[in-house]
Design a protein around this ligand. Structure first.
Ligand SMILES: [Fe+2]
Ligand SMILES: [Fe+2]
Length: 339
């Protein structure tokens, strides 16, 4: 039995047991943000009868045997990123042991974006040219991408997927700064990983992916997310969030992956900081399409003004925001082209 069938069957059984009508999967409670009590309260609030709880979904997803692990190099980079004492030697030592990674970094270092410098021939050159922060971001992005580079499906261009992910990562960081949110590199990681669940759907639920792509062929205005919500008991949000838990990512990142299409700005169950993460990534996701880095029509619907105003507590004209995000375009293009 495939993964999707297992989820459907568990949901049907639960629905029968509750002897109530099937609920929309929108009612699946969010991952426990502040402890078991909060989750239980959320479940009661939602009057769940047919929807599966996070634990029930996780139990089924845990049956995946060959799930990609977080690349060890990405793990090391996270440690270096989180260490304020980190320096260029520490990161160069990590990179030098990986020839494929080194080659990619040099390719970016010699791209048009960094034109005007002498050729970049070694890791130390690349670090000097791009700066430590940029190198850390690239190492993290490239190593995560490497874990999924064989994930292919008809109608899905993995290069477009990564371009979108990189765009959302840079734009998340910029929106965070403009909103005067706390200065954290974790925003970049959250943006980069927000759609990770899509790759799991491609690999482990290909029948769901194919059906959604066919539906979108007939109705191109429909987004991938709309199709998930209308036809399936699970979406890339729950699946990606499950993977982020397996990878022991932070609560902020788990919550972003779960909530990036519907940031819970009115919820009292989440801390403001956690909600801001999701709301900022929501805006970065939407506005990335405006600078030509959208993906699978997930951004065609209108931007929720309440979320916009939640993120920008002082007025921020949309044109000004777009002008700021456009400044990220060259580095997004250069990075995406070199992957
Ligand atoms: Fe998404
Ligand atoms: Fe997205």
């Amino acid at each position: 039995m495939g993964l999707l069938d297992a989820i459907k069957r568990a949901r049907e059984q639960k629905s029968l047991a509750a002897a109530g009508p099937l609920q929309s999967s929108k009612n699946v409670p969010t991952p426990d943000p502040v402890g078991g009590e909060a989750q239980r309260a959320a479940e009661e609030e939602a009057h769940i009868s047919g929807a599966l709880s996070v634990e029930e979904l996780n139990k089924i997803l845990d049956s995946i045997q060959d799930i990609p692990t977080l690349p060890s190099i990405a793990n090391k980079v996270i440690q270096v990123i989180n260490d304020p004492q980190s320096n260029s030697k520490a990161i160069a030592d990590i990179i030098k042991n990986d020839p494929a990674l080194t080659a990619r970094l040099l390719k970016i270092g010699n791209s048009a974006y960094y034109a005007g410098y002498s050729p970049c021939t070694n890791v130390q050159n690349a670090i000097t040219r791009m700066g430590l922060l940029q190198i850390k971001r690239l190492v993290f992005s490239i190593s995560i991408l490497g874990a999924f580079d064989k994930y292919a499906a008809a109608g899905f261009d993995i290069k477009d997927f990564w371009k979108h992910s990189i765009a959302v990562a840079y734009n998340t960081r910029t929106i965070g700064k403009l909103a005067r949110f706390r200065d954290t590199e974790e925003l970049y990681t959250a943006g980069l990983l927000h759609d990770l669940g899509m790759l799991i759907i491609i690999k482990y639920m290909p029948e769901m992916f194919d059906a959604i792509m066919k539906k979108r062929e007939a109705a191109p205005g429909l987004s991938f997310y709309d199709c998930e919500r209308s036809d399936y008991p699970i979406s890339h949000c729950e699946i990606g969030s499950w993977l982020s838990v397996r990878w022991q990512m932070s609560r902020e990142i788990q919550s972003v992956i779960y909530n990036h299409h519907q940031p819970p700005i009115s919820s009292t169950l989440f801390e403001k900081d956690i909600i801001m993460f999701s709301a900022i990534v929501y805006l970065a996701d939407r506005f990335s399409s405006k600078i030509d880095a959208g993906f699978l029509n997930d951004h065609d619907s209108e931007i929720d003004r309440q979320i916009y105003n939640y993120v920008f507590s002082t007025p921020m004209p949309e044109e000004e925001l777009i002008a700021q995000l456009m400044k990220n375009k060259p580095v997004i293009e250069a990075t995406a082209a070199s992957l």
